[in-house]
Design a protein around this ligand. Structure first.
Ligand SMILES: [Zn+2]
Length: 174
């Protein structure tokens, strides 16, 4: 098994705490990405969709996805690991920090080409909540309370191999 961390960054304009609508562990937020087969290297033609709230039985364990490679027939599976993601703040956006959103425990496959979907949320600097569809890659609106424009753009996702670390009784992936 290999752990892949999904990191993200966006340019935030008078917005902060960008995250899926129900928080980073939103059970309904759909993660779209492609799979590269760990056996033959074939990349799936269509994007796969997984969410924390959707599980399937695989033997005696529960996973979020089971998918067979169309070329070699090898079965791959993914288990999502919640509790690791944090919202992207405006300070982190300005520093260019990539923030961990979700960890995927992948067996027999590698996730690539993450695509942002609908179902995001962020607050303006005056606390106004905006629901955001990130599938367009950009967003622009106006905060009536603070009387300034808000927006986001330049969304950047990145899958990175991470290692599991136990520290002070807490599990982290870095
Ligand atoms: Zn294959």
């Amino acid at each position: 098994m290999v752990f892949y961390g999904l990191y993200y960054w966006a340019e935030l304009d008078n917005l902060t705490d960008l995250r899926p609508r129900g928080g980073c562990d939103d059970p309904t937020y759909p993660y779209y990405f492609k799979l590269r087969c760990g056996n033959c290297g074939e990349v799936s033609a269509k994007a796969t969709c997984v969410s924390l709230g959707e599980v399937v039985e695989l033997g005696r364990s529960t996973v979020n996805l089971v998918q067979k490679c169309k070329l070699c027939g090898r079965e791959a599976s993914i288990v999502m690991i919640p509790g690791q993601g944090t919202p992207l703040t405006i300070e982190q956006s300005q520093h260019g920090d990539r923030i961990l959103l979700m960890v995927f425990d992948c067996r027999g496959c590698e996730p690539i080409d993450f695509a942002f979907g609908d179902g995001w949320r962020a607050e303006s600097l005056d606390g106004t909540t905006f629901d955001i569809d990130c599938s367009e890659g950009e967003f622009a609106d106006y905060d009536e309370k603070g009387e300034y424009p808000v927006g986001l753009g330049k969304l950047r996702p990145e899958f990175r191999v991470v290692k599991k670390q136990e520290r002070h009784g807490k599990t982290k992936y870095v």
